[in-house]
Design a protein. Structure first.
Length: 384
């Protein structure tokens, strides 16, 4: 039986919900089923793997997101998803300033530990500022969510309502690295020294890079997201410390992260803080994109007219990596996505270009003139 959310959600309220693997699926099902009771409410969605919110639900709900990932692409294509084109680092401030209103936070948490403390489970990211800003916090206590070391632990009195469930968290579509991804990862690995601190974007490429880093030593992770690939790398002894904002993976990652003291989860106000990033040595930012042009401009948002990506956190991390002693920004993508001119917006300016990596090799753009960039990028593209 679904909870009656109308007791806490009012017409016109702003709602912020957990994203990706941290989406509270039972609460979201109640939200869309009961939406007429709080018509005009706005819902801020993150990465959307569950697909519970559909275009038809925009009859009573105003939908927005920072990204087009997962099922958000269908919402964007239907014209019912309003995009916030802001860096990921700005989301916490936008929530606190009510530019993204949060009257009610819908979150998924782990069962409590022996001290009665609920972990935020699979994500802290922008949920912590949402929880701290909300009039009411409604939580789905999912017994299949691991208790993890999250920045804030919650107690029963922190919630307006607790709803118990037992369901597998939403997960990204299954994908495995092929020859192209493996070749890209091998080229990228040559730029990653022992002792580096790594950041990963979304997609299959981060896991491919992890597989290529077996044998490295004393690696650390400071990343908005980690995936399944981190598990094997930690088990191999290559990684000794992880700080991240959320898990995006499968049961393999969830079980490994359960009560694991080597993994700490923090909010974006810490993860993206320029002072924190500026203190990292050998910081390597590993991101991907829809396409990059021959001068190093990056489109990470739009493909073939569809909004499927995000401005995201790449720019924050790339800039930090460029300034880190011994660090480097790596942008990974197939050679066919190196283009003469972008088909979408400039998500990252060419002034922040570091090393572009495809299956055909790497183009180090650091210190290069525009003409030299064109030569180097053409050499690793399908344009030559």
């Amino acid at each position: 039986m679904l909870p009656d959310l109308a007791r806490w959600v009012r017409p016109g309220d702003g709602i912020v919900a957990g994203q990706a693997c941290a989406e509270p699926q039972t609460l979201m099902e109640a939200l869309v089923e009961q939406r007429a009771a709080f018509s005009g409410a706005s819902v801020f969605l993150g990465v959307n793997y569950a697909g519970i919110v559909k275009p038809a639900h925009a009859d009573h709900l105003r939908l927005s997101s920072y990204c087009g990932a997962g099922h958000n692409r269908a919402l964007a294509d239907a014209g019912v998803l309003d995009i916030h084109p802001h860096p990921y680092s700005r989301l916490a401030a936008l929530i606190r300033e009510r530019k993204i209103p949060c009257d009610v936070a819908l979150v998924q948490v782990s069962p409590p530990n022996a001290r009665g403390e609920y972990s935020m489970g699979l994500a802290v990211d922008y949920l912590l500022p949402a929880i701290q800003s909300a009039r009411a916090v409604v939580a789905e206590v999912n017994e299949r969510v691991p208790w993890t070391h999250t920045e804030k632990l919650l107690r029963k009195e922190d919630f307006a309502l607790l709803v118990e469930s037992s369901r597998e968290p939403a997960t990204p579509p299954p994908a495995r690295a092929g020859e192209t991804e493996s070749a890209i990862a091998r080229h990228a690995a040559t730029f990653i020294p022992d002792g580096a601190t790594l950041e990963f974007g979304l997609g299959v490429l981060p896991d491919a890079v992890c597989a290529a880093l077996q044998g490295k030593k004393a690696l650390k992770i400071h990343s908005g997201t980690i995936g399944d690939g981190v598990v094997d790398l930690m088990r191999s002894g290559a990684i000794d410390q992880v700080v991240c904002g959320q898990f995006i993976g499968t049961r393999k990652l969830f079980d490994f992260g359960r009560e694991n003291p080597a993994i700490r989860m923090r909010s974006i106000e810490y993860m993206h803080d320029p002072r924190v990033l500026g203190a990292l040595q050998k910081f390597v930012a590993i991101n991907s994109a829809v396409e990059v042009d021959l001068t190093g401009q990056v489109n990470a948002e739009v493909a073939k007219g569809s909004y499927l990506g995000a401005v995201g956190g790449a720019l924050d991390f790339m800039r930090a990596a460029n300034q880190s002693p011994g660090g480097v920004s790596l942008l990974l993508l197939p050679a066919a996505r190196v283009v003469k001119s972008l088909s979408g917006p400039v998500s990252t300016p060419r002034s922040e270009a570091g090393v572009i990596v495809t299956e055909r090799g790497a183009a180090d753009l650091r210190g290069c003139t525009l003409n030299e960039r064109v030569r180097r990028l053409t050499a690793i593209s399908t344009l030559n």
